[in-house]
Design a protein around this ligand. Sequence first.
Ligand code: NAP
Length: 310
Amino acid sequence: MEKERVLIIGSGPAGLTAAMYTARAALKPVVIAGSQIGGQISLTAEVENYPGFFSAETTPTGPELVDIMQKQAEHFGANIEFDEVTEVDFSGGAPFKVKTYGKVYEADAVVVTAGASPRRLGVPGEEEYIGRGVSYCGTCDGFFFRGKDIIVVGGGDSALEEAIFLTKFANTVKVIHRRDELRAGPMLQKRAHANEKISFMWNTLVDEIIGETQVKKVKLTNTETGEESEMDTDGVFIFIGHFPNSKFLEGQLVMDEHGYIITDEMMRTSVNGVFAAGEIQDAIYRQIATSVGQGAAAGMQAERWLSEQE
Ligand code: NAP
């Protein structure tokens, strides 16, 4: 069994920042990176709103930002393990037990930054056609839709940001939204409306995704008139929000009804010595900038808590 001072679960902006702060406090943190180092930003094409990384010509890609954050954390002594947590036992207090696919760890303090994942529509055909026309990531799959006609489901910032990105590849992008008013911010709305390849379909629900080897069409319902219809499409990109990756923590930490871990203003969870930061505890802001701030706070509090125990 490996015994650590600080174990960080997750490697998004919150996790890598907590790692950098605890590494600078000479705690040699171990980061269990999860299935994808960087989490959701590693799937982001352009990061326009993270302060300090801007030039008029270009904005950094998500993976570029992750690479810098990873190198910075490692430079100060963080050790990043490419493994996933399967189980934790926080019931007996510190040292906390954390099991991964490869190892069992004990740690004097834990920072949970396991993030969130894209929400599913939950309609027939969705699971069946993932990777065959259904996608949750424009950056990953946009390339396969060169010259195609696709739809984007959702009306938030993610839906519009991805719709704009997908116009680099697709012939047309139809944004299907369940209301007649977008949730996305005005800046993205303006850019989407100005893009000739993007059109909107309002008050519409996607009820089913139909195909053969690949997606061929969707079944739709107009929420105003109740009218049902079918529409041909080559791809369905779904951006309807996220859910926290907290299933493995059920029964260990207090969460809200949606599975978000409850923390106080010092990023403390319901267990002394276990802290949480980033999207696993933040259903409101979900920005790289806010996750980084929460990660820094959680790292500082973990360090303080450890000194108090000595
Ligand atoms: P979101 O803001 O929660 O928007 C989700 C969208 O999906 C909403 O328009 C919602 O409709 C729709 N939706 C939810 N469930 C649905 C369902 N079952 N069927 C059909 N439509 C459904 O999620 P997000 O766009 O992923 O953004 C999450 C957070 O990240 C936000 O705080 C956002 O500001 C931030 N973000 C920021 C940027 C940026 O600043 N560049 C980029 C991406 C994300 P309703 O509107 O009717 O609820």
